[in-house]
Write a protein that binds this ligand. Structure first.
Ligand SMILES: *[C@@H]1O[C@H](CO)[C@@H](O)[C@H](O)[C@H]1NC(C)=O
Ligand SMILES: *[C@@H]1O[C@H](CO)[C@@H](O)[C@H](O)[C@H]1NC(C)=O
Ligand SMILES: *[C@@H]1O[C@H](CO)[C@@H](O)[C@H](O)[C@H]1NC(C)=O
Length: 543
């Protein structure tokens, strides 16, 4: 079946007019984006930044429906207002704009942005975010000859509104029509010169499927996973689960010709495959030979996941080694177990976490908190252990304490793979195994060199355990990255709470915050001038 590439799709959303301004230390970079109908740029422009940069991004919504952009992996420290998901930020109405003020504080690595409402993600509107280390911070590999964004994802030819309508009517999504590499259903090209080494930043920006990435006759050295420098391991192919990002190095060390870049679906009844081209500058000829096969066993993927470790001597965003934070020696203060499930509510397909199937409220939860508006949600409306009971509809919010050190176990009793993402945080992936989790499972945890990341897979009939330090006050979305599942209820919000109202712990609502729902009548501007100044200093990155 022919897969339409983005530029032939009728209702895409594109983000145009990228203006990057680079200043001195902790610079501000200004972007102005216009979301429009038909004929834009796909994928969206890369956001290129350096640790601690301030990113000021003005997004104009030219669609005929509300729109929001969210930032996968950007922690937005103390500032969940800028997270760009339904529970924290009012949607940008049609014809209006909103200026996000993000700060990539203490972060490095490869991430991406995407439109978070409805099924806009099925229409594109996503792009890569790179955060480079500051000039004086050592990076544990030589500077590559070039650095390429590789956005891969499954693709539906069906319009995003029709996909959403299918789900609203109680249906489910079929197998996708194909897979795109950087917006192309075929011949996406990576150009290389013989003998040189390149960094590829691969993100799975698709809707449902785990994908395997490989390049004919070329090994890939994994160097970074969502902000963690890894032990450098060579792989002939790499599983990239939905929502995840990886950096690999490849060296053009083969006879000069063109080679297949291959992306294929994993764990699907029918394997979907698409190819691109690795093109040598002195290439003697086009791609040839059989397209290399991908792995087909689950335990191959599980073994690969287990082999990905932090390089403890490499630096992260700061010069000190990544292994200097001994996560394995911190006392766990709370264990949360999360079991996903599938079912029906009122005859319609739904998904749930611990039986709670999430429904949005009309007012963003964070704004309800800020303005102390009752009746929008109830903290504790989702249990923190599996209930084994019937699915129920709720605007689910789990309350946790600021500075708690938490173990979260994702328990997947279904026979399809899951992928989970937590906004505002990265977490240590301490364990991942087939079978049911029990307290005994802790014996196999990696308490030494697990990777810290923001999106993790859970294999069919398996569990994955993470450790997380709740050091970021706010309202944060914890969701399935399978877009059908999150849209139909497999998500909730974690309210990381403190009684402190100090601006050291959490910023004030941004001055330009859009207000909606029950928050409409409120005034986000603080009358106290000193507070306003302090807020500007903090939100715009003084500190
Ligand atoms: C919309 O854009 C204008 C500049 O064109 C800016 O001054 C204004 O603050 C933006 N609105 C919001 C809500 O951010
Ligand atoms: C780990 O990082 C160190 C320090 O930057 C580097 O020299 C070393 O090659 C890396 N080791 C591996 C196995 O990736
Ligand atoms: C993976 O599982 C299959 C059967 O399910 C088995 O034949 C194979 O040996 C396993 N491979 C590894 C690496 O464990």
């Amino acid at each position: 079946m022919e897969v339409k590439s983005m530029n032939t799709t009728a209702t895409m959303i594109s983000l145009l007019f990228l203006i990057g301004v680079v200043a001195s230390e902790d610079p501000y970079r200004f972007f102005e984006w216009h979301g429009i109908l038909i004929n834009g740029k796909f994928p969206g422009p890369d956001i290129v930044s350096v640790t601690n940069d301030n990113l000021i991004i003005n997004v104009f919504n030219h669609l005929d429906e509300p729109f929001l952009v969210s930032w996968s992996g950007i922690e937005n420290m103390k500032n969940s207002y800028q997270d760009g998901v339904y529970g924290t930020t009012c949607p940008i109405p049609p014809g209006k704009n909103y200026t996000y003020a993000l700060r990539v504080k203490d972060q490095i690595g490869s991430f991406y942005y995407f439109p978070s409402l409805g099924f806009h993600k099925a229409a594109g509107g996503f792009g890569a975010i790179r955060i480079y280390s500051r000039p004086k911070i050592p990076v544990p590999f030589p500077a590559p000859a070039d650095d390429y964004t590789v956005l891969i994802g499954d693709w539906y030819n069906t319009n995003h509104k029709d996909l959403r309508t299918q789900l609203d009517n109680g249906g489910t999504l079929p197998l996708p029509d194909g897979i795109l590499i950087n917006g192309r259903g075929s011949d996406a090209t990576v150009n290389v010169e013989p003998g040189k080494t390149y960094r590829l930043r691969i993100s799975n920006v698709g809707l449902q499927n785990s994908l395997n990435f490989r390049i004919q006759n070329h090994m890939m050295t994994l160097v970074e996973v969502e902000g963690t420098h890894t032990v450098q391991t060579a792989f002939s192919s790499l599983d990239v689960h939905v929502g995840q990002s990886y950096s690999v190095l490849i060296t053009a060390d083969q006879p000069a010709k063109d080679y297949y870049i291959v992306v294929s679906s994993r764990f699907t009844s029918k394997i979907l495959t698409t190819t691109g081209v690795l093109h040598y500058s002195n290439s003697a000829g086009p791609v040839s030979g059989p397209i290399p096969d991908g792995p087909n066993q689950l335990n191959w993927s599980l073994d690969q996941a287990g082999s990905i470790k932090t390089n403890l001597t490499a630096s992260g965003p700061r010069p000190n080694p990544q292994g200097s934070y001994h996560y394995g020696m911190i006392k766990v203060t709370r264990t949360i177990r999360l079991a996903n499930s599938v079912g029906n509510i009122n005859g319609k397909q739904r998904y749930a976490v611990n039986s709670a199937s999430f429904y949005p409220a009309e007012t963003p939860l964070k704004l309800a908190d800020y303005f102390k508006i009752d009746g929008v949600y109830r903290p504790g409306s989702i249990p923190d252990q599996p209930t084994y009971g019937a699915m129920f509809p709720v605007t689910s919010v789990m309350q946790t304490d600021y500075k708690a050190f938490v173990e979260i176990v994702f328990e997947n009793w279904e026979d399809i793979i899951q992928s989970w993402h937590f906004d505002g945080y990265s977490f240590y992936v301490v364990g991942m195994e087939l079978g049911k989790w029990s307290a005994d499972s802790r014996k196999v945890y990696n308490l030494n060199d697990a990777v810290s990341r923001c999106t993790v897979q859970v294999y069919p009939k398996s569990w994955t355990a993470i450790y997380i330090s709740l050091d970021n006050v706010g309202m944060w979305n914890l969701r399935s990255e399978s877009w059908e599942r999150q849209y139909l209820g497999q998500q909730f919000y974690m309210r990381v709470y403190t009684t402190s109202t100090s601006l050291r712990d959490e910023y004030l609502i941004p001055k330009n915050a859009l207000l909606c729902g029950k928050a409409s009548g409120f005034n986000q501007d603080q009358p106290d001038e000193e507070l306003v100044e302090l807020r500007e200093e903090l939100t715009l990155g003084g500190e």
